[in-house]
Design a protein around this ligand. Structure first.
Ligand SMILES: [Zn+2]
Length: 465
């Protein structure tokens, strides 16, 4: 280990205690989706609060919601000129079934071949713990932190954060910050460190097409009455052009192009398209012409038909002309697309594509999720890359993620750039049996978190913002 790293000595001295703390944390079965575990989720909130207190954080408290509690704690003595950061993670975990596939019980953590196996090891207790330990180490060493730091550790991430946005709104003042650090993501691989800068958003629709009152006899009526299956198929076929582009007018207008540094990073990542295709279990990779698979899944907006329901699907044949059809469509969005604008454009397009006499209803499934992006050239991203690069010995490449979580709400409600410091690996078995944290990655996460605050203090000047 590079002894010039701020927390190198701390890790050497505290290694055993930290591992025991991690084990104690992981022994709590804080499964948020199962009501019988609600007391355990509360116990893990209390445990998290204890970790924060032991680390020297102040104002530690549970933030109650209509569901499971989040945990808050802060250290605000870096001065008004220093930036303020919110550190986000979650203390709840996924269910554990199928139990018989675990090589050791999910809530009895063990270290095997350098990896800690337990539910929550990487998602997300391990990643929460190294953030807290980094603060504890720095406060113990220096008595101060270069930044003001506020921890916000959620208890409902694994059930879709149903009460998180109202919590952010309610606690907006307490959580005021210049930057958010999310520790709930991953890196490309053990020897290719990377930094995620954004996640795609989502907007989805249910389209109902009715052409008649009832199904009709195809012998008596077929050929002289409209068929909603034909209309649905035509609508779906018209969604993309021959080059895989979405045809909804204006769909790409707000798409922010990749920065050259991102494009270069994507190209340098050791991505094996054929292996990825096999992993996906598909016969071919198809998509928007002119873009790589990583670009298609990370930085391009897309449209997928989720389902088409119409007519008869049972055994044999039924001689009907159906009366109604249903199409479900979902769009993945990228910065700076807005779910509301895409929704309006799609609805107008779909209505124009269907005959005026058809009875059509289109409704959005929820308000949608906006895409999240912290521009790769933002000074805070530079600070994070410097911190990680120092620990890993090589500059991290830039990535993005295809899905979305509470990160978008954090950035939007707190009006701050979001950084992703995560050391999970794609094969860490997130949400699956034998979830693991490679301990070497855990220590690197801790050391990176230890470097980050000084880098952020140097990169961000709140007064000049
Ligand atoms: Zn997670």
């Amino acid at each position: 280990m590079d002894s010039s790293l701020r927390l190198a000595d701390y890790v050497e001295a505290e290694r055993d205690r930290i591992v025991q703390t991690l084990f104690d944390y992981l022994r709590i079965p804080s499964i948020s989706s199962q009501p019988e575990h609600a007391p355990d989720v509360r116990r893990s909130a209390d445990f998290t609060a204890g970790l924060l207190r032991d680390a020297g954080l102040e104002n530690v408290t549970l933030l109650e919601t209509d569901g499971a509690p989040a945990v808050y704690g802060d250290w605000l003595h870096a001065g008004a000129d220093a930036p303020t950061a919110v550190v986000y993670g979650h203390h709840d975990v996924q269910p554990v079934d199928p139990l018989d596939l675990w090589t050791s019980p999910p809530f009895e953590p063990v270290i095997v071949d350098g990896e800690c196996r337990a539910r929550g090891a990487v998602d997300d207790k391990g990643q929460v713990l190294y953030e807290i330990e980094a603060v504890r180490g720095l406060l113990g060493r220096d008595g101060v932190l270069p930044c003001n730091v506020k921890f916000l550790i959620e208890g409902e991430e694994e059930v879709g954060s149903p009460h998180f946005e109202p919590l952010l709104e309610r606690e907006r003042d307490r959580l005021a910050c210049d930057v958010v650090v999310v520790s709930d993501t991953g890196m490309w691989s053990i020897d290719v460190p990377s930094v995620c800068t954004g996640m795609r958003g989502l907007v989805a629709f249910d389209i109902h097409i009715r052409t008649g009152r009832i199904d009709l006899h195809s012998g008596s009526f077929g050929g002289a009455v409209p068929n909603p299956a034909h209309l649905a198929a035509r609508l779906v076929a018209a969604l993309h052009d021959g080059e895989g582009r979405v045809t909804v007018p204006g769909f790409y207008d707000d798409v922010r192009p990749l920065l050259p540094a991102e494009k270069e990073s994507f190209e340098r990542l050791p991505f094996d398209a054929d292996k990825w295709r096999e992993m996906a279990g598909v016969g071919a990779l198809v998509g928007e012409v002119g873009y790589t698979t990583l670009e298609r899944t990370w930085s391009r907006p897309t449209c997928d038909v989720v389902g088409i329901t119409v007519g008869y699907g049972g055994a044999g044949i039924k001689t009907i002309v159906p009366a109604e059809a249903n199409v479900k469509v979902s769009f993945r969005l990228v910065a700076d697309q807005s779910p509301a604008r895409v929704a309006a454009a799609f609805e107008a397009w779909a209505r124009a594509a269907l005959p005026a006499w058809a009875e059509v209803s289109i409704h959005s499934e929820g308000p949608g999720v906006a895409p999240a992006l912290t521009p790769a050239d933002h000074p805070a991203v530079g600070a994070l890359r410097t911190a990680i690069g120092r620990v890993f010995g090589t500059a991290p490449l830039l990535t993005r993620e295809g899905g979305s979580g509470p990160e978008e709400a954090l950035g939007r409600v707190l009006d701050a750039p979001v950084l992703y410091l995560g050391v999970g690996l794609p094969d860490d078995r997130f949400h699956a049996p034998n979830e693991r944290m490679i301990m070497d990655m855990f220590w690197k996460g801790l050391l990176s978190a230890g470097e980050l605050w000084a880098e952020l203090a140097a990169a961000l000047h709140p007064g000049a913002r």
